[in-house]
Design a protein around this ligand. Structure first.
Ligand SMILES: [Zn+2]
Length: 260
């Protein structure tokens, strides 16, 4: 898709996203910052792409894959952007040959990358990792969210459990990773363990992004989750790492935040 914007605008918009990321992301909720978007019709609720088209400054083609197609490895799912349709399910789920705590599958590309990443953790640092959670269906999330509300109330549930149709796990590209033997599974302290630190420093090599960093709660809408990684492919994951961009929302100029 070609953007009508000039390359100079694209560079300015890109810089704006990086420099004033929080403000852009939050403001984008109202549709502001959409000057760079083309005039073509978008489905309601779809992201506003502030940093339109490819970045002429970087040479990175931000439009290579869709950020709204649920089957895209770059799809952005957050509290402003549910799966479309909400009950979408992947068609290429596999059970990767790794220790799998809950037995949940993941999409094929994510599974291959996971196998390679776990092998590297073992070979390089002697660390054993397991897949704690992978794909969760819409109906599974219906039950998970209801259980979270029942246990802790709606406000607390919303900080840790996604509404059905809004969970990144429904893409089949998100994984929760634990140590073997289990230690601090699904706890903030996992980030301080050798396993958590290795993952944070190396996941990008295999196409994964630490999706919910501690300093980006207002952008992603989720508390720090050092165990939750999202497969986005090596091209984007390594680019984000090199340029110190921590979230998909900031990179693509997609709205996010803690409220639905
Ligand atoms: Zn997760």
């Amino acid at each position: 898709m070609t953007s009508p914007t000039s390359s100079s605008f694209t560079r300015r918009a890109f810089a704006t996203v990086l420099v004033a990321a929080g403000a852009v992301v939050l403001d984008a909720c109202t549709g502001s910052g959409s000057a760079g978007a083309s005039g073509s019709a978008r489905p309601s609720g779809s992201p506003v792409t502030t940093a339109a088209a490819s970045s002429a400054a970087s040479g990175f083609n931000k439009k290579k894959y869709s950020t709204t197609d649920p089957a895209s490895i770059w799809v952005v799912v957050n509290k402003k952007h549910p799966m479309q349709p909400k009950d979408w399910a992947p068609t290429d789920l596999v059970h990767p040959a790794v220790a799998n705590v809950n037995g949940q599958p993941v999409r094929k590309a994510a599974g291959s990358a996971l196998v390679a990443m776990f092998a590297a953790a073992k070979a390089e640092k002697g660390l054993t990792l397991s897949l704690q959670s992978g794909y969760r269906s819409y109906q599974t999330q219906v039950r998970a969210y209801a259980a979270a509300v029942a246990a802790n109330g709606r406000a607390k549930a919303d900080r840790v459990s996604a509404h059905p149709g809004y969970s990144e796990h429904q893409t089949g590209l998100a994984v929760d990773i634990s140590a073997v033997p289990a230690a601090h599974s699904l706890q903030t302290a996992f980030g301080t363990t050798a396993h958590g630190r290795w993952l944070a420093a190396n996941a990008h090599r295999f196409g994964f992004l630490l999706r919910y960093p501690a300093d980006k709660v207002r952008v992603t809408g989720y508390d720090y989750e050092p165990w939750h990684f999202r497969y986005i492919g090596t091209e984007l994951a390594q680019y984000l790492w090199r340029h110190k961009v921590k979230t998909l929302e900031e990179f693509f100029g997609v709205s996010g935040g803690t409220s639905y």
